[in-house]
Design a protein around this ligand. Structure first.
Ligand SMILES: Nc1ncnc2c1ncn2[C@@H]1O[C@H](COP(=O)(O)OP(=O)(O)OP(=O)(O)O)[C@@H](O)[C@H]1O
Ligand SMILES: [Mg+2]
Length: 317
């Protein structure tokens, strides 16, 4: 991975009427990097992708890709980028092969080159045996895989993938993640958006956390953990969490070594300096409060803890 930035976004803003969807996003992507924008529904991920891929025009700010401005040289930008939209863009009544031919022609491929790229794409999507079936008969995962290879037909230098694994079966998800990693090994730069922590954690060289239209933190996973100072976590799942439970009122937030307490369904998550050292006192305290613990889990600092720390909310699937 070189450090030469391929994409530079500077102070991007976008409003839709009264909604300020993107509020001053600045970041850069090195050539050969996989960067994930991680954020909840409505955070501004798709809008940011729209601005970077010339589908939307920023109200303020600009971005360059390989030195070309998305506002002033959108045609040059489009030659270099591949886009896999969040909403699947395929014709249901065409076969996989026909869809690929159609989209290939749209990006200027003809003749033998078109044919070769289409067959290559079918292999990459592992859809050769279904190549002549109508997309209407495909599973969600198969459509996603086809949608992705459409974005690769013109061999872009950078691929934008907007939540490509939402609502699909685990095998298709696995294939997509492996494909993205393999393409990256071959040199492709990737901007990925997701609200799945594990995907961001597995795939990315760096992660940007986006919330309410702003990038609130970025770095490698280790850097994010260090920046936020999140500790280990003790997850205690209760038999039943009382509806009026309040960690502050019950003094849990003030216990020694406890940096934060969050609830997630019936689970109490304690962020602590040292999980093994703090567990006995926590169990005793819960017992004194009449709460019985059904399950205990200790967790290393992870992206979920970083997100919770930064936003005070869990990022639920
Ligand atoms: N075309 C539009 N017109 C009006 N509001 C919009 C439009 N597109 C996005 N928004 C609003 O902008 C905000 C950011 O939306 P965006 O789609 O960028 O979020 P997202 O992070 O991609 O969310 P999701 O995870 O649900 O896909 C939301 O409040 C959304 O309702
Ligand atoms: Mg979106």
């Amino acid at each position: 991975m070189s450090t030469q930035p391929l994409l530079v976004a500077h102070n991007l803003h976008k409003r839709f009427g009264s909604v300020h969807a993107v509020r001053g996003i600045t970041f850069a992507l090195g050539e050969g990097e996989i960067y994930s924008l991680l954020g909840p529904n409505g955070a501004g991920k798709t809008t940011t992708i729209g601005l970077l891929t010339t589908l939307l025009r920023p109200d303020k700010g600009d971005a360059t890709i390989a030195g070309f401005s998305v506002t002033r040289q959108p045609h040059r930008v489009r030659e270099i980028i591949g886009v896999v939209p969040q909403e699947i863009a395929l014709y249901d009544d065409l076969s996989a092969r026909e869809n690929l031919r159609f989209w290939g022609r749209m990006v200027g491929l003809r003749g033998a080159a078109l044919k070769a790229r289409v067959e290559e794409a079918l292999d990459l999507a592992e859809l050769r045996d279904r190549a002549d079936d109508k997309v209407a008969t495909f599973s969600g995962g198969m459509k996603r895989r086809l949608n992705i290879v459409v974005g690769l037909l013109h061999r872009p230098r950078i691929l934008f993938l907007d939540e490509p694994t939402v609502g699909i079966d685990p095998q298709s998800r696995r294939r997509i993640l492996d494909t993205v990693k393999e393409l990256n090994r071959q040199g492709l730069t990737v901007l990925y958006t997701t609200h799945y922590m594990e995907e961001a954690q597995e795939l990315s060289h760096r992660i940007g956390i986006i919330d309410h239209g702003q990038l609130i933190a970025e770095g490698t996973l280790d850097e994010l953990i260090a920046q936020t100072g999140v500790g280990e976590r003790i997850l205690l799942t209760l038999e039943r969490l009382p509806a009026d439970f309040a960690p502050e009122r019950d003094g849990l937030t003030l216990m020694e070594g406890v940096r934060g307490v969050y609830t997630d369904g019936e689970t109490l998550a304690f962020e602590v300096d040292d999980a093994n050292a703090r567990l006995p006192a926590l169990l005793l305290r819960l017992q004194a409060l009449g709460l019985s613990v059904r399950r205990i889990e200790l967790q290393e600092p992870n992206l979920e803890a970083v997100f919770l720390h930064l936003t005070g909310r869990a990022l639920r699937e």
